[in-house]
Design a binder for this molecule. Structure first.
Ligand SMILES: [Zn+2]
Length: 722
């Protein structure tokens, strides 16, 4: 009796490998025989050791289970008929992707059938084929010899092997996850799959549906480092291997399974415990590299410490313990493991074969320092997720870390720098423009050493510039500005370039080093922004080295950087490509994390954001208008305006783009000094003044008057504006 799978395999042979004419039917039968044979009685790792070669520092050698002993049980369980699913959460250097390659080799050589490997994107699938799968097949004679020669047998996304294995390399789309029956469905980098596949549900559930018709022979395996953020900071474990709540990814599946963790026996006292990053101890010395070199693991039982050189031996003797139904732990073979049709494994980074404790500690401690220096959490998240295999809680999302109105008021207490004046520590100024329906909202930020900064002005521009359609003369009531619609209205922003703000307690005033306006808004905002940018470029004020930027916020996970300068996408549909325009793209979630951190800091220092007393409650409320959720930053219900928050995000983007984070303050560039060398600084004192008629007293100068002065220069009175 030929089973369903055999029929599929026969069908495939029929479809893809037409027999050459005049073939002896016996040789055709021989070719098809492996498909009819029952699965070889061999484990997945045995099969991989026998048939798969792996690249070890440029040498192709037979796969060996003792390199990653913790992968043996999960890898072998892929062939289990008791379980229908397997989830593996682990760090990036653990060999967990090789588990899937071993499963592919096993399928090809020992248990032919339909297998699919899903990567997060089409590109990732192609890259896996090119860099991992093809070289492995090419260099493993047992696999290579089974690769069919017929037309269509060795494509990038589909390969056919004699014996009846059809393998596809896929990526998660609803089309790919809702049609064919697949016996073994594998997913790698699962936490980078979309949370919901084309709105139809999570990847794992859809993958399970594909394998359903194979009954107990069907199996779904997903592996990943944790990527989903923690959603509840006050979570405490309820069971030995309980797992904190996350919204998606491998750790959202883990609690539904058997909840296995990897255990070592302490080399000092012999007691069993879970190796984990939290059990590493190292001195609080200043240098992350030294900290890494000194790292030791502390046994929770005898409190003795031991070093990384023990890891290999401990892994060789280690074992997985799963949870039982009554809240204890047991081996899989004990028969007491909690009831579930899914096996779940979670390996800590400290047990990973291919990374050392020194690397993990140096990576983490460097990331902590980078976070303190820049407010950027991405390296910290990476260190936690792919280094330690732990979920990360974004700093902005914890309730005790929230930016609150009271916190801001407390900060403002005693900060008496008046509106329109920069604090005495100021070195350069950025100007930020948010585009609204009937006005431009302007924020001005002063920056000092080491990222210290403070909002120093805030006003709206709502009168059309002279020359704009419908503009009227001074003293007359005309229309208000409409930046979404009227391109000429944007010319009002030009005067911002020459505005200046006195620096408190000094004889200098500063003009803006960099200015930005957002290109997103209603109506023709984007086109108007491009037109404005082109005009400023012609005037020498925009472009690669210019002062003006047009900004665009980007959300989502896999962004290339915090900020990047790029011409608009050509594939964005109807809009014409604007190659002459460079947009400053901003990864808004990361920038907002950093802005929120700066707002929370209470002591002057690195990245501290000062709040001046002049800021009104309504403006302060704008700074609390958004909150961090697991998905990213979202407006709080009922909060309408968030301009001052947006201003700080834009200010931060320019600060990063200007490489101001990396200034060596022992010898700063001229634009970050407060003296005559700074092209943006103007000396206000009487002695050095070359043109006495413009000399001014160093009394604080309100920006509104400065604006009027600057504007007066280019407003050309029209003849008949009476
Ligand atoms: Zn011990």
């Amino acid at each position: 009796m030929v089973d369903l799978e055999g029929l599929i395999a026969m069908q495939m042979l029929h479809d893809y490998e037409p027999l050459p004419p005049y073939t002896d039917p016996r040789s055709a039968l021989k070719l098809a025989l492996p498909a009819l044979r029952p699965a070889e009685q061999i484990s997945v790792t045995e099969s991989a050791e026998r048939n798969m070669r792996v690249n070890v520092s440029g040498q192709w050698q037979p796969f060996r289970r003792d390199v990653t002993p913790y992968m043996v049980e999960p890898t072998d369980m892929i062939a289990s008929r008791t379980y229908r699913g397997l989830v593996f959460c682990g760090p990036s250097q653990s060999g967990k992707t090789q588990m899937l390659q071993a499963a592919l080799a096993y399928t090809i050589a020992s248990d032919p059938g339909r297998v699919a490997l899903f990567q997060m994107t089409r590109d990732a699938a192609a890259e896996f084929e090119r860099n991992k799968l093809s070289p492995t097949v090419r260099n493993s004679p047992e696999l290579r010899n089974r690769l069919s020669k017929g037309r269509g047998a060795d494509n990038m996304y589909q390969k056919i092997f004699s014996g009846g294995t059809m393998m596809t390399l896929d990526w998660p789309t609803i089309t790919k996850l809702s049609s064919t029956s697949i016996r073994l469905v594998l997913g790698t980098d699962y936490d980078h799959f979309p949370e919901s596949i084309d709105g139809e549900g999570d990847g794992y559930t859809l993958m399970r549906a594909r394998a359903r018709s194979f009954l107990s022979r069907g199996m779904v395996v997903v592996e990943s480092s944790p990527g989903a953020p923690l959603t509840n900071e006050s979570w405490r474990p309820q069971t030995p291997h309980d797992c904190p709540p996350v919204k998606y990814g491998v750790l959202s599946l883990y609690p539904q399974g058997t909840r296995a963790r990897w255990y070592w026996s302490c080399p000092c006292c012999g007691s069993e415990f879970e190796p984990s990053y939290s059990r590493l101890v190292y001195p609080d010395s200043l240098d992350p590299v030294e900290q890494g070199e000194a790292a030791q693991m502390r046994c929770p039982h005898c409190k003795d410490t031991f070093d990384h050189l023990n890891k290999r031996a401990l892994n060789a003797e280690g074992r997985w313990l799963h949870e039982t139904d009554d809240g204890k732990t047991a081996t899989l073979g004990s028969g007491k493991v909690r009831r579930s049709d899914m096996l779940s494994y979670w390996l800590d980074g400290t047990a990973a074969a291919f990374s050392s404790w020194a690397e993990l500690v140096t990576q983490y401690e460097s990331a902590v320092r980078k976070f303190e220096l820049t407010g950027d959490e991405e390296s910290l998240k990476t260190a936690m997720n792919t280094g330690q295999a732990q979920p990360y809680q974004p700093r902005g999302s914890t309730s005790e870390m929230e930016v609150t109105l009271q916190g801001l008021k407390d900060k403002a207490n005693g900060n008496r720098t008046p509106k329109g004046t920069a604090p005495d520590w100021s070195r350069y100024i950025t100007v930020e423009v948010d585009v609204q329906r009937t006005y431009f909202s302007v924020g001005v930020t002063a920056w000092g050493e080491h990222g210290q900064h403070q909002p120093i002005d805030r006003f709206e521009m709502n009168t059309p510039p002279a020359g704009a359609p419908g503009a009227v003369g001074p003293g007359e009531r005309g229309r208000t500005i409409t930046p979404f619609d009227v391109a000429e209205d944007w010319q009002v922003l030009v005067e911002l370039e020459e505005m200046e703000w006195p620096v408190e307690g000094t004889e200098y005033a500063l003009r803006p080093l960099a200015l930005s306006v957002d290109q997103q808004g209603g109506g023709a905002t984007t086109d108007n922004a491009y037109a404005f940018y082109r005009g400023r470029k012609r005037a020498g004020q925009a472009g690669q080295k210019g002062r003006w930027f047009i900004t665009r916020g980007r959300s989502g996970k896999d962004l290339p950087d915090r900020v990047w300068l790029k011409a608009p996408e050509s594939a964005s549909g109807k809009r014409r490509v604007a190659k002459d325009v460079l947009t400053l793209n901003m990864a808004t979630d990361r920038l907002k994390d950093a802005v929120a951190t700066s707002l929370r800091l209470t002591e002057q220092g690195q990245n501290f954001c000062g709040i001046p007393l002049w800021m009104e409650e309504a403006t302060l409320l704008e700074l609390t208008s958004e909150r961090r959720t697991a998905k990213g930053w979202e407006k709080r219900p009922g909060m309408v305006r968030n301009e001052s928050f947006d201003h700080l995000v834009m200010a931060r983007a320019k600060h990063i783009w200007l490489k101001a984070e990396r200034i060596d303050w022992a010898s700063p560039p001229a634009w970050a000094t407060l003296d005559d060398a700074n092209p943006m600084a103007r000396f206000l004192g009487p002695k050095k003044q070359e043109e006495p008629e413009t000399a001014q007293t160093p009394t604080p100068m309100r920006s509104s008057s400065a604006r009027k002065d600057a504007a007066a220069g280019w407003i050309v009175p029209r003849e008949n504006w009476l």
